[in-house]
Design a binder for this molecule. Structure first.
Ligand code: FES
Length: 170
C-alpha cells in the first residue's frame, strides 16, 4: 500500500526524507517568520515532522530545539509520528452532535476498525474527532483528507470510505 510516510522505527527520517527536509529548509530560510511554513512544508512532503529533524530545523533558523519542539507541540496540526495517507476528521461539535455526529463517528470507527488517534495497519487512514469543522450548516460533518462531507448519515459512511480504499480519491 502506497504511503507518503518514510520513517524508521527510531522516529527518524530516511536518507531521502532527510534530503527533502534539507531542501525545504533552504527554501524557507529567507522568510521573515519561516518556522511554521517550514514545518507545514515538511509535514506536507514527509507526512509528519520526524523528531530527528528538530535539531537540524532549529540550527538552520537560529533557534533552540526546545523552541521548535514547543511550536510542534502547541499546534495540533503537526504530528511527530507517521499518519495515514488520509486523515479522517469527524466533528463532535454541538451542532453535529445533536444531528447524529456520535453515530457517524461510531460508524467510521467500526468501518475502519480503529479508535480516535489511531491509524489503520495499511497506513491509509488516521482518525480524529474535532471540535468544529466550520461547516455547521452541513452537520453532521466530517473531512477525509481535504474533502468535506456534510449532512451525513451512518449509512453513507461505508461508500465514502470505500472510494478512498479503491483509490478513486487521491
Ligand atoms: S459543530 Fe460540526 S461543523 Fe461545526
Amino acid at each position: 500500500m502506497a504511503t507518503k510516510n518514510e520513517n524508521s522505527s527510531s522516529g527518524g527520517a530516511s536518507e531521502r526524507g532527510r534530503e527533502r527536509i534539507l531542501t525545504l529548509i533552504e527554501k524557507h530560510r529567507a522568510a521573515r517568520w519561516p518556522l511554521i511554513p517550514l514545518l507545514q512544508a515538511i509535514q506536507e512532503e514527509i507526512g509528519y515532522i520526524p523528531p530527528a529533524a528538530v535539531r537540524e530545523i532549529a540550527e538552520s533558523l537560529g533557534l533552540f530545539p526546545a523552541q521548535v519542539q514547543g511550536v510542534i507541540s502547541f499546534y495540533a496540526q503537526f504530528y511527530t509520528e507517521p499518519k495515514g495517507k488520509y486523515l479522517v476528521r469527524v466533528c463532535r461539535g454541538t451542532s453535529c452532535h445533536v444531528r447524529g455526529g456520535r453515530e457517524v463517528l461510531a460508524t467510521v470507527k467500526e468501518n475502519l476498525g480503529i479508535d480516535e488517534g489511531e491509524t489503520t495497519s495499511d497506513m491509509l487512514f488516521s482518525l480524529e474527532s474535532v471540535a468544529c469543522l466550520g461547516t455547521c450548516f452541513l452537520s453532521p460533518a466530517m473531512m477525509v483528507g481535504k474533502d468535506y462531507y456534510g449532512l451525513l448519515a451512518p449509512r453513507k459512511i461505508p461508500s465514502i470510505l470505500k472510494n478512498y480504499q479503491k483509490g478513486k480519491k487521491t
